[in-house]
Design a protein around this ligand. Structure first.
Ligand code: FAD
Length: 380
């Protein structure tokens, strides 16, 4: 086996990193995951995820965790409505929720991460390990972390997300700005503080070449996004302090001025935490010279705007495809195995990116609402 007596370092304990660690441990590989979060109790934010056949679900199946997954998935999370800016319902997916829940079952990120974490051997994840740099040592790498520690690994796998600090060791191809920025809002106590909006379960609203959307979660929280077209430097020039709810609310009222005041509930009662996320993607034909001791998976390799619901799914597919080539005994050496993986991964990432950009064009068009209603109606 190619990885016999090798030490593997996965940097980043998100969906991609943890799935890969599980799959490698099933093949008795020595693997550690270095994660910047202080410990397991750090709250995982973000949207509810629907896992797809052949990608996210396939990863859970290969990890032997499908049964666990179905214990925690949320059939109700598939109940989505498409509305206009005044919250008038234009398409109701509730009638199809059962089919959707079967085809693309949804799960909140915290239970998904817990399932993966619990499946790992004790002390696999080294918490509070924010990667800062590395240099070559022997055939491998010496990695350095913000907490002052260092560690050696024969093979390093970057799973540290969209702003990967390891990616530059492989590729200097910069990401391309998509033309859309989104503000992500997380409200812990939304069931109480934004009860009117919370009662919708899941919403997508399109108008004015903008989008508002949210999904409610099993713990009573909400993640919403307010997405709009703007130049790449909007964030730097906006001077908004995103830690200050009042400042973000003032911006929201101006940017979404023709929209119903009912949306204000996001900002009026609860404790909303806002994160601005300009959306970038990598060129479809990106390439780099394959190395035998370093590769990348997930958003680190193919970040993309989240308008096709594919990012986490493709990331989890990367994990099982990489685990496969490294452990199936077909390849003569690690570099050849990685080369085979990277060729398909780049193509897969490009396909998903094209899909999300195509959706974006529709969603943020002048008649985005009509087009999206037609899209969902046709899909059902
Ligand atoms: C608003 C929004 C909605 C989305 N909705 C969907 C959806 O519905 N469906 C879908 O499939 N995808 C969705 N995505 C995309 C999805 O979240 C990502 O594609 C997915 O999380 C990528 O997984 P990953 O493991 O590669 O990266 P991440 O999930 O970002 O994980 C990276 C991990 O690395 C850690 N890390 C980062 N830097 C360091 C460092 N220097 N050292 C150590 N650790 C580090 C982080 O703490 C994190 O745990 C959405 C994204 C956004 C922003």
């Amino acid at each position: 086996m190619l990885l016999k007596n090798k030490q593997i370092a996965i940097v980043g304990g998100g969906m991609a990193g943890l799935t890969l660690a599980r799959l490698l441990q099933l093949k008795e590989v020595n693997v550690k995951v270095y994660e910047r979060d202080f410990d397991q109790s750090v709250r995982v934010q973000g949207s509810t995820l629907d896992l797809h056949e052949g990608t996210g679900l396939e990863a859970m199946k290969r990890a032997g965790l499908l049964e666990e997954f179905y214990k925690y998935h949320r059939p109700d999370a598939s109940k989505m409505v498409v509305v206009d800016r005044f919250l008038n319902i234009k398409f109701n997916e509730h009638d199809f929720a059962k089919t959707m829940a079967e085809k693309r079952p949804e799960i909140d990120r915290p239970p998904l991460r817990d399932i993966l974490l619990h499946s790992l051997q004790p002390n696999t994840v080294v918490w509070d390990s924010q990667f800062v740099s590395m240099e070559k040592e022997g055939d491998g790498w010496l990695l350095h972390f913000k907490n002052g520690t260092s560690t050696y690994a024969d093979l390093v796998i970057a799973a540290d997300g969209a702003n990967s600090k390891i990616r530059p060791y492989l590729s200097d191809v910069p990401p391309i700005y998509s033309g859309v920025t989104l503000i992500q809002g997380d409200i812990d106590d939304a069931e109480k503080s934004a009860s009117k909006l919370f009662s919708f379960s899941k919403i997508m609203a399109f108008d004015d070449e903008k989008m508002l959307g949210f999904s409610t979660k099993g713990d009573g929280s909400i993640m919403f996004i307010a997405a709009f077209k703007c130049p790449e430097n909007w964030l730097a020039q906006s001077n908004i302090n995103f830690n200050n709810k009042a400042e973000v609310f003032t911006w929201f009222k101006t940017e979404f001025s023709n929209w119903s005041n009912d949306w204000y509930e996001f900002f009026t009662n609860g404790n909303v935490q806002c994160t601005p996320r300009p959306q970038y993607f990598f060129p479809f034909d990106q390439s780099w010279e394959t190395q035998g001791n370093l590769t990348m998976i997930g958003d680190a390799a193919h970040r993309m705007p989240p308008f096709a619901g594919e990012g986490a799914n493709v990331a989890m597919q990367d994990s099982f495809e990489l685990a496969e080539v490294l452990t199936n005994g077909i390849f003569p050496d690690i570099k050849t195995a990685i080369a085979d993986f990277e060729k398909d991964m780049v193509a897969r990432g490009a396909d998903a990116t094209k899909e999300t950009l195509k959706n974006m064009e529709v969603m943020f068009s002048k008649n985005g609402l009509q087009q999206m209603v037609a899209f969902f109606s046709a899909a059902h």
